[in-house]
Ligand binder design. Structure first.
Ligand SMILES: Cc1ncc(COP(=O)(O)O)c(C=O)c1O
Length: 376
């Protein structure tokens, strides 16, 4: 069990003497670190006098909540079926709806080129918010200028690293002069505590072996803890400082080693998915650090079940990502199709070579043996 935990936590990636500087991979300019991207964003969007925002129809709670709580009028645009956007449509919406803020997202860590949207926003004086929460700041993301395009960009560290909180907001537009005043928040501390418990429980669940009954109960309990976390993390209305434990841990990872190993693993899985002719809506380039690998598939529940049988736990991002669909799915057909048909392969910076091989082989095997899967 102890060895299992050691391997799961990949303690070899923690270092003690040398300090790594994540900041060198972030855009230059003013930045502020917050407990979560959402509570920092709320402060930055508060001063806009006209509150009309255009969000992608496939939008996470962490972006929706700040605009909703700051009384913005929410409008949505549909994404393309590969999760890119159509800049001509965006410009039409901006003009028709008198939009003052626009959000674009690098979904799942596939880096997109938003330079044409930037030109449109400049022309119409729209605040561009570049959501890089799924992008891990690294050499490749720096080369591709991720986080430098938006007037404001945001990164969220606990999507990649085992931290209970941590995000950074980068202010690229020098005309934005907001001074950040941090406040203490009891609800945020509670959120940090709950996520710590959730992460520890996840590690325990993954290493519990054959005790299936206990495992089932722990999974249920852990999902309740996770729900509570989301309740409390949304409550602060002002920026909260990143916790001390996360600050300490951020400077203690061996990112170079982590990223080197990770790239090989992702290439392996990506190759296997494409050879199995699966629909992966994103183009992987060597050097990108993905948040997970999305696959679009008709019978996703069957795929999730088959992978589960092989010990691979897939997820879907549907709950807390469905705000645009309150009036049904028909207004945003591409986003609606994605939300109902995607499945996310669980890759993380900490996957081992054996795990990556296992995922790649399992996918090939499933698709060789099941001709009735709708692949596209
Ligand atoms: C794409 C995306 N953007 C923004 C956020 C918000 O980040 P945070 O949890 O740090 O507020 C999330 C969180 O789930 C996210 O997935």
């Amino acid at each position: 069990m102890q060895i299992g935990l050691y391997r799961k936590l990949r303690l070899k990636y923690f270092i003690s003497e040398k300090r790594y500087n994540l900041e060198k991979f972030l855009p230059e300019g003013k930045k502020f670190y917050c407990s979560s991207a959402r509570n920092g964003l709320m402060e930055l969007i508060r001063p806009l006098p006209v509150k009309n925002v255009l969000l992608p129809a496939y939008v996470p709670q962490g972006i929706y909540v700040p605009f909703f709580r700051e009384d913005y009028k929410l409008h949505y645009y549909d994404v393309n079926d590969d999760l890119t956007l159509n800049s001509k449509d965006i410009e039409n919406f901006i003009i028709e709806l008198n939009i003052t803020a626009l959000v674009v997202i690098h979904y799942f860590g596939y880096i997109q080129d938003f330079s044409s949207v930037k030109q449109i926003c400049k022309k119409h004086k729209v605040l561009l918010i570049e959501d890089c929460a799924h992008v891990f700041p690294c050499k490749r993301s720096k080369e591709l200028n991720v986080g430098s395009v938006g007037d404001i960009s945001l990164f969220s560290f606990n999507k990649f690293l085992p931290l209970p909180d941590g995000a950074v907001l980068c202010i690229n537009n020098t005309e934005i002069t907001t001074d950040i005043l941090y406040r203490n928040s009891f609800s945020n501390s509670l959120a940090v505590f709950l996520l710590t418990i959730n992460m520890l429980m996840n590690t325990l669940i993954d290493n519990i072996g054959k005790l299936r009954h206990l495992k089932k109960h722990l999974i249920k309990l852990n999902s309740q803890i996770y729900e509570k976390y989301y309740h409390y993390v949304n409550l602060p209305k002002n920026p909260v400082r990143i916790s001390r434990i996360s600050r300490y841990l951020i400077s203690r990872f061996n990112y170079e080693k982590l990223i080197d190993d990770y790239q090989q693993n992702i290439l392996l899985i990506d190759k296997s998915l494409r050879e199995s002719k699966l629909n992966v809506p994103g183009h992987y380039e060597f050097g990108m650090v993905l948040f997970c690998i999305p696959v679009i598939i008709g019978k996703r529940d069957d795929l999730i079940y088959e992978l589960e049988k092989k010990g691979i736990r897939c997820t879907v991002l549907e709950k807390r990502w469905d705000y645009a669909f309150k009036n049904g799915l028909s207004n945003f057909p591409n986003a609606a199709s994605f939300i109902k048909r995607h499945c996310l392969l669980p890759v993380s910076l900490f996957i081992s070579q054996e795990e990556a091989k296992h995922i790649a082989e399992s996918v090939s095997e499933i698709f060789k043996n099941n001709t009735n899967f709708t692949q596209r």
